[in-house]
Design a protein around this ligand. Sequence first.
Ligand code: PLP
Length: 390
Amino acid sequence: MPELRKSLKLANVCYDIRGPVLDHANLLEEEGQRIIKLNIGNPGAFGFDAPDEIMHDVIHNLREAQGYCHSKGLFSARKAVMQRAQSQGIANVAIEDVIMGNGVSELIVMAMQALLNNADEILIPSPDYPLWTAAVSMAGGTPCHYRCDEDNDWQPDVADIERRITPNTRGIVVINPNNPTGAVYSEETLKQIVAVAEKYNLVVFADEIYDRILYDGREHVCFLNYESLRDRLILLNGWSKTYAMTGWRLGYSVWPAHLVEPVTRLAINCHSCVNAATQFAGIEALNGPQKRVDHMVEAFTNRRHIIQQELNQIPGFRCIEPGGAFYAFPNIEGTGLSAAELQNKLLNEAGVATIAGTSFGSYGEGYLRFSYANSEENIRLAAKRIKEVL
Ligand code: PLP
């Protein structure tokens, strides 16, 4: 029988974080090896549980969560999002502008489906969280990668962004704090991006899922603060990372008022509604005590310090200290190996799963991503094994 044909759009749909590296790591585990998995940012799986208050609220509300809810999400959940914005001094978010999703992942795909026509171009950071490139391709668009510069603390190269703009360019994706680099963008960079978006009439897609995971007193500036951008901004955030709720699947988006109605129609078609039980968790997470978030960030602060120190002791590695999120993205050019060669060597010979920088786009050659949403013990052991192998 002839093989079924798949869509050509799938060519750009990659996700190595859970792809071949993980499959191979699982295979090695089945053979009895102990693999240290620093390939994925999944805090819930490594000792960061969602707080008890959140569990309690979900259990308590489970009976109320059995039917479909509004496709934009529960009114009370959207209100909690608005109130969170207000508590940050952001007054321009109305409950009506908020659309919930089953994770930021779903909202990224929806945002691209909603905005793109065939051959529209979207500027995406490189290195990039791969879902953005995939979502643009699946929507019939063309991903165009702009450079983020290691020598400038991995800030986006705004001149490079501007150079890549064509008559087909529709928007710019900004991931801040960044995965995979851990960079937190300066206000100066953000202002330059706002100016470019206004000058060329572009949409800004702001992925701020790591906005609360910041180190050394760094501050995150939410794009909603730029009033002039509000009508061309799609803001995405969620609970996965801040509240260690990756498995619960909950995210939110804030839209320009004129797009809310068509995107609501899209949302109905995409998901019918968002997991209702999880939204009760989301409300409690936003409104309840935030000390757990602080404790988690404290724990990450230590781990970040340990991983950076350890990686810098490995011959051929050079690692700048990440300002946010929970990824280290060392330069590994000094090892003389390509990113993929080193990734495979570390998995096969050291039993450490990492992700080659090239999994985050072509600028990622010469880098390796480590997630330190893992135990201190595992981070130290991984570094020890890598040193032995190299
Ligand atoms: N955006 C970025 C930058 C991420 O790193 C991730 C997950 O790793 C997501 C979005 C997806 O988040 P969610 O779990 O809400 O789907």
